[in-house]
Design a protein around this ligand. Structure first.
Ligand SMILES: Nc1ncnc2c1ncn2[C@@H]1O[C@H](COP(=O)(O)OP(=O)(O)O)[C@@H](O)[C@H]1O
Ligand SMILES: [Mg+2]
Length: 306
């Protein structure tokens, strides 16, 4: 655009050889608003840009003429759109989620009330239908939660945070899960700049994925470690599951990339978003350990609190 404009310096509007359509629009605006200022937002589709154009006439006493000012508002508009979408997603999630609990409870009540009044065959059918309702409602609730978390826009509240403490707190919730989780937290590491609620979610999402990957494994094991290195704190969560499938390893952070029948593909997208907001880094890799160990590993770095 800027090169195009340079070639037009000194030319009258009607002689613009490039951006001719744009020149016609400027002329039309000035004719229509004879003597008054105007402003117009133009979408330049082929360039993917949005330009705000303002025109005002100069006083006749100074010889007349016009001033036109352009502002590239592409980024601004994109940010507004993202915020608006986030809001739509949040409300939609809320509206969808509200009726889910009553649906589930109603199904369970039907089963409880009718179960012993039916023939064995009908009771089996009722059991089956109730199970389906409950399972699908649960899946829908999880999907909506992920969707809401992904669309959630408020910026994290960054403050000094003891990462080890947060990790320990989340791991305590997984104690009953049956998966062996080994924590290897470096003592006395400095505080990071973090939002506990958002980082808790990161750890949850990663542990959830590790558990999914270990489903059916005979010796499931998850390792969680923290370490100070290179002026940053590193969090590593690894498992001895199947590892990231080759086909998706490069796109795993994209929303809706999933290899699970009931997956949403939002877990890692949320992780990436949150870590970006913390000005940290996140990398995934497959382990090809010397001891024949395999599985997936996620490494996160976080800046220290000032
Ligand atoms: N620990 C892991 N081991 C193996 N594959 C994983 C692991 N974590 C994530 N993946 C792969 O990345 C995909 C995307 O993960 P995610 O964004 O959390 O979505 P979802 O869990 O809903 O599928 C998963 O479907 C899976 O194929
Ligand atoms: Mg997941």
């Amino acid at each position: 655009m800027y090169e195009d404009v340079a070639a037009l310096i000194g030319l009258k509007l009607e002689n613009w050889h490039t951006l001719a359509e744009f020149a016609r629009m400027l002329q039309a605006e000035f004719e229509q608003h004879r003597g008054t200022a105007w402003q117009q937002q133009i979408e330049m589709r082929e360039r993917g840009a949005v330009i705000l154009v303002r025109g005002s006439p100069l006083p006749e006493t100074g010889g007349g003429g016009y001033v036109v000012v352009f502002d590239d508002v592409t980024q601004l508009i994109a940010a507004q759109r993202a915020t608006a979408w986030g809001e739509v997603a949040r409300r939609l999630a809320h509206e969808i989620k509200n009726p889910l609990t009553p649906i589930r409870l109603a199904a369970e009540r039907l089963q409880a009330k009718l179960g012993d009044k039916l023939s064995p065959e009908a009771a089996r059918a009722l059991d089956h239908a109730t199970e389906t309702i409950v399972a699908q409602v649960t899946a829908m609730k999880n999907m909506v939660d992920d969707f809401r978390d992904y669309a959630r826009t408020p910026l994290p509240q960054l403050g000094g945070l003891d990462l080890n403490r947060l990790v320990a707190e989340v791991l305590a919730l997984y104690e009953q899960s049956g998966t062996r989780i080994q924590a290897n937290l470096q003592k006395n590491i400095p505080l990071v700049r973090g939002d506990p609620d958002r980082l808790r979610q990161v750890i949850h999402n990663l542990l959830q994925n590790a558990q999914d990957a270990l489903f059916g494994s005979s010796d499931p094991k998850i390792d969680v470690s923290t370490e100070l290195s290179g002026g940053q704190v590193w969090l590593r969560i690894s498992d001895n599951g199947c590892g990231f499938p080759e086909a998706i390893i490069n796109g795993a952070f994209e929303p809706y990339v999933t290899t699970k029948p009931k997956g949403t593909g939002l877990g890692l997208a949320i992780v990436k978003r949150i870590i970006d907001e913390h000005h940290g880094t996140v990398r995934i890799e497959n382990r090809t350990g010397k001891e024949g160990g395999r599985g997936a590993a996620v490494r996160i770095s976080l800046p220290l609190a000032a």
